[in-house]
Design a binder for this molecule. Structure first.
Ligand code: ADP
Ligand code: MG
Length: 516
């Protein structure tokens, strides 16, 4: 059976004049408010913009998407428990080690990250505090077999590094609210869209407040140099405004200076002093050195970010330092798909190790879709049968331990894909049941091109968590700050299985709440 739509006649049909009014306002509001990206070279050739001054509207939806209120509320309500869970995992090296050791032989990236961690452990870490700026991603699942089923959120993945779009998502909520307030969504044709149905989205300010909390927890400068936060970024970065919005909020709301350094320049632009304080040496102001309180990684999550040993040396250099890391290597590893699988394999006992309250455990479990290993355990052998059977594989997605989109293998492509791999490397993958969202429609504008059609939405809920790690033995550390930090809705055309906005498949969107 095909899934039921939440609402048959949404988005509203506008006249040509109404649609033009909406688009004119959308384009100008977006640029005036930083809802923008640097253009892709396929859109604007670099020869036309040699100085790199151009920006264009980020891919956005013309209308906010209808979203079940119970699902939105549950996603927000459960975020603090997820923060607690991943903080506890990152503090449980013994447990994480077992998982990482299963991956080391089949996943070189994980092996190299672990090596960085071990090196620092051997020398003795000098910073006990870690910051997590998380995003838990969900899709709405509607059981296609059951016409009375209520929609529920099911987790797609949990991000512990470089959780993006906190900047743009606040802005797109602002855009849709603005379009409503100027009646670009006329009340007679779009009664569902009301200010009350469009929740405020505080993700920029709330994530920036997380960076500010880490900066404050760092304490006094130990080198007598002024303190700063360091954003470690990719270069080039098209999604730069998303990051700049955090930077500007950090300065205007908390008075904290931050600087951007490409991952490949970290060794050049910073040094460790005799106490392993991380000292930033700005090229633009030689002699005006800063001590780095917090390193915020918006790079380093993908093997592509490490083209040479220099980047691995840079990662080690930062990990050794006294700066608070967002994330530490342990926290980065806690975000592996394999960890998610171990938690979400049916009958897994592991959640109770990390969450003390039984009802919290049950509530978190409710958000899991079944995920299986592809190893030689009982669950793994069962999963291999599903993955190799063309019919059964239709209900699954196969994922490696990667971030950033474009890595998954879907449905009927799974059996032939596995056939190309030696069996010994199958355990690097996890097998996840497909989440089946209700049918929906929207209109997306990307690079000036407007496309209307069936869409799939993905809710991300941001979380901020700051903790003391402890010594891993008698002292198991302690959470210092924990809050839910707003949301993201990403919407993609339903013809593509992937939903990455930066990867070129989706758009940023906002939520219009509906009672289901
Ligand atoms: P990445 O780390 O590359 O972002 P994800 O696990 O988020 O990997 O998967 C990428 C995309 O694939 C998601 O944004 C979603 O659109 C789709 N996807 C992943 N898992 C599922 C699933 N279980 N059901 C349906 N779609 C999924
Ligand atoms: Mg994802």
């Amino acid at each position: 059976m095909s899934p039921q739509p939440l609402h048959a006649d949404y988005p509203p049909a506008l006249s040509d004049e109404q649609a033009q009014f909406l688009l004119d306002n959308l384009k100008d509001w977006s640029i005036a408010n930083g809802l923008a990206v640097r253009p892709a070279p396929t859109f604007v050739a670099s020869s036309l913009d040699p100085a790199g001054v151009l920006a264009n509207t980020a891919p956005v939806t013309l209308f906010p998407s209808l979203f079940p209120k119970n699902c939105y509320e549950e996603g927000l309500a459960i975020q603090k428990s997820y923060n607690e869970l991943y903080s506890a995992i990152a503090r449980d090296e013994e447990w994480l080690k077992e998982i990482v050791e299963e991956l080391i032989g089949v996943d070189e990236f994980v092996a190299k990250l672990w090596k960085v961690h071990l090196k620092v452990k051997e020398e003795g870490p000098v910073q006990d505090i870690t910051l997590g700026l998380f995003r838990s991603d969900y899709m709405v699942h509607l059981d296609p077999e059951d016409t009375n089923a209520k929609p529920k959120i099911k987790q797609v993945e949990f991000n512990t590094i470089a959780s993006s779009f906190g900047g743009l998502s606040s802005r797109v909520s602002g855009l849709h609210k603005h379009l409503l307030s100027i009646e670009a969504y006329p009340a007679d044709v779009s009664p569902a869209i009301t200010q009350d149905a469009l929740p405020e989205n505080k993700s920029v300010a709330s994530l920036a407040a997380g960076l500010a909390a880490a900066h404050k927890a760092y304490g006094q400068s130990r080198s007598t140099k002024p303190l700063c936060v360091l954003f470690v970024v990719q270069d080039p970065e098209r999604n730069v405004f998303d990051q700049r919005l955090l930077e500007y909020s950090l300065l205007s709301e908390s008075g904290v200076r931050s600087y951007r350094v490409p991952f490949s320049s970290v060794l050049d632009a910073t040094k460790l002093d005799s106490q392993r304080n991380l000292i930033y040496r700005p090229k633009h102001a030689p002699g005006k050195e800063h001590e780095v309180s917090t390193v915020y990684f918006r790079a380093g999550y993908s093997p592509d970010d490490y083209p040479s040993e220099t980047e691995w040396d840079a990662r080690l250099h930062i990990e050794r330092s006294h700066a608070i890391k967002c994330p530490s290597v342990l926290l980065h590893l806690a975000g592996c798909k394999k960890v998610q699988q171990v938690l979400a394999t049916p009958h897994s006992p592991h959640l109770a190790r990390f969450l003390s309250n039984d009802s919290t455990v049950a509530r978190v479990k409710e958000t899991f879709a079944p995920i299986y290993p592809l190893d030689k355990s009982d669950a793994g052998l069962e999963a291999r049968k599903l993955a190799l059977n063309a019919n059964a594989a239709q209900r699954y997605v196969l994922k490696p331990q990667r971030e950033g989109g474009g890595n998954n293998i879907y449905r009927k492509n799974i059996p032939p894909f596995l056939a190309t791999l030696p069996e010994s490397s199958w355990p690097a993958y996890i097998l996840m049941e497909m989440i089946e969202p209700p049918a929906a429609n929207n209109v997306i504008i990307r690079n000036g091109e407007v496309r209307k059609g069936g869409v799939i939405g993905e809710l991300g809920v941001y979380g901020v968590c700051l903790w003391r790690h402890g010594d891993g033995a008698a002292d198991r550390g302690q959470i210092l700050e924990n809050w839910e930090a707003g949301y993201l809705l990403r919407t993609k055309g339903n013809e593509s299985e992937e939903g990455g906005v930066a990867a070129g498949f989706g758009a940023v969107d906002s939520i219009c709440l509906v009672d289901v």
